[in-house]
Design a protein around this ligand. Structure first.
Ligand code: ZN
Length: 554
């Protein structure tokens, strides 16, 4: 591709000319890299000179359009021009600034609000007046008063809603974090899209409340904040918005939740669903505990006191998302959760990954996490929720290490038609791959995972690791594990992995039984050691007793 690049004067400079140019640019940029805005030390750093606006976008080929960067900052950009690269770095810096701020603060969130604070700090209220089916908005732009008129449209729902559609300057926009608290962190492709001039297809949504006595009002964006923020970063001046006028905010909030969950036409991949639900829960939950005395409130009182009755079942759903999401992305402690490397999180069925998201959720996550709101006060629960997450990540990682990782499960070989390939040629599928594949089949995993949970509960109970004996039943991971406990759990995982059943290649009866997708069959196979519908035991059971025995064997 290199030869397609238009030639630039930069390519034909002598070494001396280039050195002199580097010096001038370095001085003009106050010693900072054009892209990342960090210091360039000419004695230490390798540098590049490149075009701010690409020649192919009609950028001039002279010093006004040349900028100095760290070599790595320029090289990382691929075909992008420097101006866009600088914007993307700026975006990353902002995300970092707001999401890594002060561990103790609850307000680690990067939304449209923070983007507006950074890029458009002096925003204004607008003057607004409606009459005869029109609304007039007025504001000051570049020191000049400006008024624009929009036609109102009426939507005959219950209650009737009035709105208008228009291109509204970012200078007049604010973010409604009450209705839409979701973080925007994965914005780079969209920024690039708008930077390259693609149009906004659907409007963002906003509200305006016009109070007749004052005539001043704020336009608050509550949906489509990704496209809003992306265009802000792409340095567009206006946003395409539908603005609801004097609308019932609670009604709108409810409508918006429903649109994103129950009514969503395009179902979010489940992991994104968890993220969205987790964010929605977190926002409301943190608002609740922000001013509360943690010794007087609990997860349970949050549901009974804070969440409106009609939204309770929705919020119970978000609560599950919230508990799972931190574990999945490893957002707790220092451990990186490895399970997602072997989990299909986008498609319902995979040809590559041994675990589907659905299987993972219904086994390791839903069985191990206490998904009911706890009644103990939050000053205790917060600690145990954290322990629970850390413990679950440890457990998942041990499972990954013993069963899937280090080439045991071969992602290239995948999961497509494994049993069929096996029938054709038993040597085609390596033993460790076959075991990992079968262990992760949903019907089988539902059974052995329950047994693993019971084995862990029994083991920890015998060692009195639970603060309250009653926790062992519903809250298997609410315990301070010792190093030896993990070693024993590792032995359990090895025992599961090495059980004879997973490696069977030759006995046609057993191989046929293994391909069953019925939990009842798997319960026969693993708990009784019999083939489905038969009496005589063929194999040793893979139940909690077997796991505990394996764990305590030297
Ligand atoms: Zn740099």
């Amino acid at each position: 591709m290199e030869q397609l690049r238009p030639t630039s004067k930069l390519d034909t400079m002598t070494k001396e000319e280039r050195t002199a140019l580097i010096g001038r640019l370095h001085k003009a940029q106050n010693g900072l890299c054009y892209v990342c805005q960090d210091v360039i030390n000419l004695q230490v750093h390798k540098v590049d000179i490149d075009h701010i606006i690409a020649l192919t976008n009609n950028g001039p080929d002279d010093e006004s359009n040349w900028a100095l960067t760290h070599e790595s900052c320029n090289r990382s950009k691929g075909a992008r021009e420097l101006h866009l690269q600088r914007i993307l770095f700026e975006f990353r810096r902002h995300v970092q600034k707001y999401t890594e701020r002060n561990e103790l603060s609850n307000e680690r969130n990067f939304t449209l609000n923070e983007a507006l604070l950074e890029l458009c700090p002096s925003r204004v209220e607008v003057g607004a007046s409606q009459k005869n089916g029109f609304i007039d908005l007025s504001w000051v732009e570049n020191g000049q008063p400006k008024t624009e008129r929009y036609a109102l449209v009426v939507d005959t729902g219950k209650p009737v809603t009035t709105s208008f559609i228009g291109m509204i300057p970012f200078d007049c926009l604010h973010h409604n974090s009450d209705i839409n608290p979701r973080s925007i962190v994965d914005l780079e492709p969209m920024i690039e899209e708008f930077y390259n001039g693609y149009p906004q297809l659907l409007p963002s949504l906003a509200t305006i409340n016009i109070n007749d006595s004052e005539g001043k009002a704020r336009i608050l964006i509550f949906d489509g904040q990704h496209k809003a923020a992306a265009q802000l970063y792409a340095r567009r001046k206006r946003l395409f918005v539908r603005v609801f006028v004097n609308c019932d905010l609670e009604r709108l909030k409810e409508t918006n939740y429903r649109a994103h969950t129950k009514l969503a036409q395009v179902r979010f991949p489940q992991l994104i669903n968890d993220k969205v639900g987790a964010d929605l829960f977190k926002e409301e939950f943190e608002r609740y505990i922000h001013k509360a005395d943690l010794s007087k409130v609990s997860e349970d009182t949050f549901f009974s006191k804070q969440v409106p009755h009609v939204q309770r079942s929705e919020y119970r759903h978000y609560f599950g998302n919230y508990l799972r999401y931190d574990v999945l992305v490893g957002n707790v402690g220092t451990q990186q959760n490895m399970i997602l490397e072997f989990t299909e999180t986008v498609m319902p069925r995979s040809t590559r990954y041994p675990l589907s998201y659905d299987t993972l959720q219904k086994t390791m996550l839903d069985l191990m996490i206490y998904e009911k709101p706890a009644r103990e006060m939050l000053d205790q629960t917060e600690h145990w929720r954290r322990i629970e997450k850390e413990n679950l990540i440890s457990l998942l990682n041990i499972f990954v290490e013993e069963v899937l990782a280090k080439g045991r499960f071969d992602l290239k070989l995948g999961v497509r038609r494994i049993e069929e390939k096996l029938t054709n040629d038993p040597q085609l599928i390596p033993d460790s791959h076959l075991r990992a594949y079968r262990i992760c089949r949903k019907a089988a995993m539902m059974i052995w995972c329950k047994e693993l949970k019971r084995a862990i509960q029994t083991m920890l109970s015998m060692k009195s690791r639970y603060k309250l004996a009653a926790w062992s039943e519903k809250r298997p991971l609410w315990a301070e594990f010792h190093e030896e406990d993990w070693e024993q759990i590792r032995k359990m995982c090895r025992a599961i992995r090495d059980h004879k059943i997973w490696g069977e290649k030759t006995s046609p009866d057993i191989v046929a039984a293994i391909s069953s997708t019925r939990q009842k069959d798997w319960s026969d196979i693993l708990l009784k050691g019999t083939l489905p519908g038969r009496k005589e035991p063929l194999l040793s059971p893979l139940d909690q007793n077997f796991m505990i025995q394996s764990a305590t064997r030297q």
